[in-house]
Ligand binder design. Structure first.
Ligand code: SF4
Length: 439
């Protein structure tokens, strides 16, 4: 039987002459991959790459070795991806079976698409998380952050106090504040607008990445306004982008188990698509490893992909492994202990492969995975390190071991130590609004 030709793997930014290892010729398959992969929308000019991986192999040899070790069924799926064809839901589901050599092949293909899509740059944003209240009556089963209004640990920040923190963030070189909080029963619908107004009056240049779809739904209902009008009001007050949080798993049957009082899938989609229509970009997330099945994760990914086809408004996708330790669901025996390490890394690789040509930036969360986990994800399809955060309490209170803040130099050296190029970005993957902080 004739040997299957190798695919052309090229340094980003270099036009791909279809090179077949062991041959000076070319094949149709190699050319298709080379042509289509370069049709992928780039978010920035690709970086030159040394063309050698940490283990000393070239990307082409690495991919070839990993693919040759995979089972024939996994190779068929990954071949389809390498031919730049979109995987169907059933095929995405089959990727979750990848273990051992199949998993290594999946990682290599995810890394291939990462390199082809965004090059060797790994981005990060200098930002601060501001959780303005921990009082919340929604009672999500996976949340160890919220508390009751009468509890001693309950707190609430006024718009002015949020602005104080935003100003500190800016003075420390931060370009973004990510502001979210509990659904405090005494909150007025004007609060979100007032927070934005206060922050922007104090620090006009800072980007407000603020309020989850859940908060927008709640605010609009409380104000008796449509989601569209409410978002228009927030945009007018300084909203820059929305976090695509409160997504958890976008399947109503699972949401009822996780958080019966949370917004429905239709409401989440309405907020996100309306934001995109108004020119407000959003991120996208998945929280996985609790009670859902693989088919639910697949449904979630396919939904995000179809939204992106329609709107193009997602800037990134962030897989968030469930942190279980102090959550009510885990304590009551209603969830397992979160995803295994393999499952967590595999989810990132699958995201890259499933969302190829749709959402270009795949982030690994150091809060959930730790620095070494992120470094592994960077070699498994990811290209973004997330933010410095300055203070992060939600994951920590659920039992995550990782700290509240990473300094910029820690992030940069973690990126460089896996052979990649660190670059500070703005929230929306452009140039940050002030000179990058480098130490
Ligand atoms: S996840 Fe958010 S909405 Fe749910 S209980 Fe916690 S703070 Fe409230």
């Amino acid at each position: 039987m004739a040997e299957k030709p190798r695919r052309a793997v090229v340094a980003p930014g270099v036009l791909p002459g279809p090179r077949i290892a062991g041959s000076s010729g070319s094949t149709k398959a190699a050319m298709v991959v080379a042509e289509r992969s370069h049709a992928v929308r780039l978010t920035r000019a690709p970086e030159p790459t040394a063309g050698v991986l940490l283990d000393g192999s070239t990307p082409a040899d690495h991919l070839e070795t990993r693919m040759s070790g995979a089972s024939s069924s996994m190779r068929a799926l990954l071949d389809k991806s390498l031919d730049a064809k979109r995987l169907r839901a059933r095929e995405i589901g089959e990727l979750f079976d990848a273990k051992g050599a199949d998993f290594e092949a999946l990682q290599a293909v995810a890394d291939f698409w990462r390199r082809e899509t965004v090059g060797d740059v790994v981005t990060y944003v200098v930002n601060r998380n501001i959780n303005f209240t921990n009082v919340c009556g929604v009672g999500c089963g996976f949340c160890a952050f919220s508390t009751a209004i009468a509890r001693e640990d309950a707190y609430f920040l006024s718009p002015e106090q949020v602005a104080d923190r935003a100003e500190e963030c800016w003075e420390r070189g931060g370009t973004e504040v990510c502001i979210q909080g509990g659904i405090h029963p005494k909150l007025e619908w004007t609060y979100y607008r007032d927070v934005l107004t206060s922050v922007k009056q104090r620090v006009p240049e800072i980007h407000c990445h603020t309020f989850s779809p859940m908060e927008v739904v709640w605010g609009a209902k409380k104000a008796s306004m449509s989601v569209r009008s409410y978002l228009e009001m927030l945009k007018e007050a300084g909203l820059g982008s929305l976090p695509g949080t409160a997504a958890e798993i976008l399947v109503d049957e699972i949401r009822r188990e996780l958080a019966p009082k949370k917004e429905s899938v239709a409401e989440w989609v309405e907020v996100i698509t309306t934001a995109h229509a108004l020119g407000i970009p959003t991120t996208s997330t998945i929280m996985f490893g609790h009670v859902e099945k693989i088919e639910h994760r697949v449904e979630h990914l396919v939904l995000l992909r179809s939204i992106q086809d329609d709107t193009g408004g997602f800037t990134e996708f962030v897989p968030l492994p469930y942190v279980h330790e102090y959550t009510p669901m885990y304590i009551q025996g209603r969830s397992g202990p979160g995803p295994s390490h393999l499952d967590a890394i595999r989810m990132h690789s699958i995201a890259r492969v499933a969302l190829r040509g749709s959402i270009d930036n795949i982030q690994a969360s150091w809060v959930k995975l730790g620095v070494s986990g992120v470094q592994e994800c960077l070699q498994s399809g990811c290209n973004d390190f997330g933010g410095t955060l300055m203070e992060e309490s939600i994951s920590r209170l659920a039992g995550a071991d990782h700290g509240q803040e990473l300094w910029v130099d820690q992030i940069r050296s973690a990126i460089e130590s896996v052979g990649r190029v660190p670059r500070q970005r703005s929230t929306t993957y452009g140039e940050p609004p002030q000179p990058p902080v480098t130490t």
